[in-house]
Design a protein around this ligand. Structure first.
Ligand SMILES: Nc1ncnc2c1ncn2[C@@H]1O[C@H](COP(=O)(O)OP(=O)(O)OP(=O)(O)O)[C@@H](O)[C@H]1O
Ligand SMILES: Cc1ncc(CO)c(N)n1
Length: 267
């Protein structure tokens, strides 16, 4: 059996719960070989983001060349990209190498409110990355910023946002419902033809640092392994639900999710 590989292009979370670190842990747990291209360093822990140090776009390009010219990959995800120069560089390299199975997690703001994407970069993300995406995974505030819709709360508004992002070039759209309220955390998958709702019990917990990164990384790992988009999203939902339901209880703020929980349950 050949080894399946996945690449994450994202920022570093020194606290280990989100960003590159969450992605690599998720890849490992789902049995794919993980590779990483760093776009920014953050001085971060469970209580907040205390500093951001972006990587020069030329060095992002150099990292992508190093990985893609030698190892190649079966899937790629992007997370924190910080500015439009980095976005344009990443888009150019994804096209140059014809990278398959691209998952765009449009990371914009950290849980505590720190900006992880400059405002000037939202248009660049729509123009350069959305049309390349096999799957895009906005949370509700990200879907509002991308579509320009004033409020996305109801199921019908989630469907409308998904239709718009599909029309703008993403092949599949997952609108994540983590930020809504109610007894269920319900996400919506749209492939341009049908809507599929993925629902799980909502856990009343503070420990949701890195949920979005982990979810998108799990989708990426599934695609790298040859799953269909539907199968990969369903597995990712199970992975993140398990990770949230068994928090590690570390740190003084929003603690990380538990990347071991899914495999522990499988055994
Ligand atoms: N309290 C919760 N209980 C159960 N599932 C949740 C909860 N919070 C989020 N989820 C699920 O976790 C996944 C990630 O969604 P969320 O909306 O939290 O992403 P995000 O806001 O991008 O995360 P991040 O804070 O990492 O940026 C989705 O499948 C969502 O339904
Ligand atoms: C580096 C990084 N990427 C993404 C997020 C969003 O959770 C975060 N907090 N930090």
């Amino acid at each position: 059996m050949s080894i399946k590989k996945a690449l994450t292009v994202a920022g570093s979370d020194s606290g280990g719960g989100a960003g590159i670190q969450a992605d690599l842990k998720t890849f490992q747990e789902l049995g794919v070989y993980g590779m990483s291209v760093l776009t920014a360093l953050t001085a971060q822990n469970t209580t907040g983001v205390y500093g951001v140090h972006p990587v020069p776009p030329e060095f992002v390009a150099q990292q992508m060349d190093a990985v893609l010219s030698d190892l190649g990959t079966n899937a790629v995800k992007t997370g924190m990209l910080f500015d439009s120069a980095i976005i344009e560089t990443v888009a150019r390299k994804l096209k140059e190498y014809g990278v398959p199975n691209y998952v765009l997690d449009p990371v914009m703001v950290a849980k505590g409110g720190a900006p992880l994407l400059l405002q000037e970069a939202v248009d660049a993300m729509k123009e350069h990355l959305l049309p390349l995406a096999m799957v895009v995974t906005p949370n509700l505030p990200e879907a509002e910023l991308l579509t320009g819709m004033e409020k996305i709360e109801t199921h019908e508004q989630m469907r409308e946002a998904a239709r718009i992002l599909h029309e703008w070039g993403a092949q599949n759209v997952v609108i994540k419902g983590g930020h809504s309220t109610g007894d269920f955390a319900t996400d919506l998958l749209y492939d341009g033809r049908e809507f599929v709702e993925l629902s799980a019990a909502r856990f009343h917990t503070e420990h949701t640092h890195g949920t979005g990164c982990t979810f998108a990384a799990a989708i990426t790992a599934g695609l790298a392994s040859g799953k269909t988009v539907r199968e990969a999203v369903e597995q990712a939902k199970q992975f993140i639900t398990a990770a949230i339901s068994h928090p590690l209880g570390i740190g003084h703020g929003h603690g990380p999710t538990n990347h071991w929980a899914y495999r522990a349950k499988e055994r």
